[in-house]
Write a protein that binds this ligand. Sequence first.
Ligand code: ADP
Ligand code: AMP
Length: 208
Amino acid sequence: MRLVLVGPPGAGKGTQAGMIAEKLNVPAIATGDIFRANVAGETELGLEAKRYMDAGDLVPDEVTNKMVADRLNEADAQEGFLLDGYPRNTGQAQFLDETLGSHGIDVALELRVPDEEVVRRLSGRRTSTVTGKVYHVEFNPPPEDEREHVKQRDDDHPEAIQNRLKVFHDQTAPILDYYSQQGKLQGVDAVGELDSVTKRIMKALKLD
Ligand code: ADP
Ligand code: AMP
């Protein structure tokens, strides 16, 4: 299964990706995580990406597309994959189709969340520096042994959140039409308890 997760920042893509990928037995590949690992490792790619990420802008396509093509060439992605946070504009969606050849992806799963819920989720998001797990101060608080290790992401401040929402509506939302025209779009209401959302996703993917 070649699956892409599409949704605004804070839709719960990262939160749900691990469970879906495990069920499908494919790697979960999150472009944001790869960029953040490069920023932390102070690589050339990380230094280039950081200024875009901090502002909430997209990293330029030529950088992002090459990084994804390299990752999809790795052995574990040959039988399928779950992409979280890529593609994020129609140019990237076209590049992905060209990279994959004949039949492209199988499903684009849209996680639907209104903007005001996005703001609530991103303002309270915390990530463990030890396990990388994603929590929320109110909706999914970290367990006691994680509490001293969680930190807020550099781009989860109000200006970057507003810009990321704008970027989503202006640049990413058009890929929903792109996949809909290919007959590959599945939409899920991603508001509600984490477990309820997981169940809706599994049902949409016929994995329940
Ligand atoms: P994305 O990867 O789409 O940007 P995340 O998975 O990082 O989103 O989730 C963003 C924030 O919202 C996190 O703090 C997460 O704990 C929280 N969250 C995820 N799903 C839900 C949900 N169904 N209800 C409430 N909060 C959620
Ligand atoms: P995310 O972790 O998915 O919220 O991504 C964090 C940031 O990484 C984004 O705001 C962008 O700056 C960058 N990024 C992640 N994926 C992409 C992509 N597909 N294209 C361009 N930039 C990306």
